[in-house]
Write a protein that binds this ligand. Structure first.
Ligand SMILES: [Zn+2]
Length: 292
């Protein structure tokens, strides 16, 4: 288990996805960390940089981890908007383009964290696209953004997406208060029955509450599946959660969670809530039919 990844707080699914990547060792050339502001996307980028470069998977103690933490590791570089500029300039990306093809100085991988990548200028985006079309083997790009629709689609399509959620869905104090509210959305068998959800999806806010209930439900199921029962929030539903955990494998639950997060993003981007919920329910039922 990577200490560096464990330090990414409030983002259970992100941690799980990144740990999954480390476990398989199948790295993509580019990742897009998308989510609201102040959800720790840049921090997560550095932590992932440690995890893939540290010999102990992100120990937080070795020279590599310490240098990355301090921002002085020669192979892990932050690309960000310069002060008083509105765009990340082509000049900056030209530097990156030259460097990216050189071998790393010390580490296994060169890592470029491009902060708020929707601020890349058109030329800079094209320059990045060129790199991603024929990527150097030893270089990884992590783009972060709070405005994913502002990223060039051709760039976004070459990135593996990792969704960050606003902290409200994971803040434990907030959740404890909301447990009863969440339970109201569920039938006696838990959210698995999808009871009345379609009818309740009238307003955007109600839809977001329902989607958060889904997220919490499947998050808890995944925790039980992995033997971390202490961390579950819906303690009153423990038996139902366990029943659900017995039915599905962890990979399948992660697929469900990813699909639910997509729906949450659609809602945040003002897609019609009834459409979002309907297509979510269809997809979840479809996944369930395939996945057991
Ligand atoms: Zn280390």
């Amino acid at each position: 288990m990577s200490s560096a990844i464990d330090r990414i707080k409030g983002q259970f699914l992100v941690r799980r996805i990144l740990q999954g990547i480390l476990k398989t060792g199948r790295l993509a050339t580019a990742y897009l960390f998308a989510g609201p502001e102040h959800t720790g996307k840049k921090f997560a980028g550095f932590q992932f940089g440690k995890a893939i470069n540290c010999e102990r998977g992100g120990c937080e103690e070795c020279q590599t981890c310490i240098q990355i933490e301090k921002g002085i590791h020669p192979d892990v570089r932050l690309i960000t908007l310069e002060p008083d500029k509105k765009e990340i300039s082509i000049e900056l990306m030209r530097d990156v383009q030259k460097e990216a093809f050189l071998k790393p100085c010390l580490a296994r991988f060169k890592v470029y964290i491009i902060e708020e990548a929707h601020t890349l200028s058109e030329e800079a985006s094209n320059s990045l696209l060129k790199i991603l079309e024929e990527p150097p083997e030893h270089t990884i790009f992590i783009l972060t953004t709070s405005s994913p629709q502002g990223i060039f689609p051709t760039v976004a399509s070459r990135c593996q997406k990792v969704r960050f959620v606003g902290t409200t869905t994971e803040d434990s104090e907030d959740l404890a208060k909301r447990e009863n509210e969440i339970l109201q959305f569920m039938g006696p068998e838990g959210i698995e029955s999808f009871r009345n959800l379609r009818d309740m999806a009238g307003s955007r806010n109600d839809s977001i509450k329902i989607i958060d209930a889904f997220l919490i439900w499947y998050r808890d199921v995944l925790l039980l599946k992995e033997g971390a029962a202490d961390g579950i929030f819906l303690k009153q539903m423990r038996e139902n959660l366990q029943e659900c955990a017995n039915k599905y494998c962890a990979e399948f639950l992660i697929q469900m969670l990813k699909r639910i997060l997509d729906a949450r993003y659609q809602l945040a981007n003002y897609v019609n809530p009834v459409l979002v919920m309907e297509s979510l329910l269809v997809d979840l039922n479809h996944l369930k039919a395939q996945g057991i």
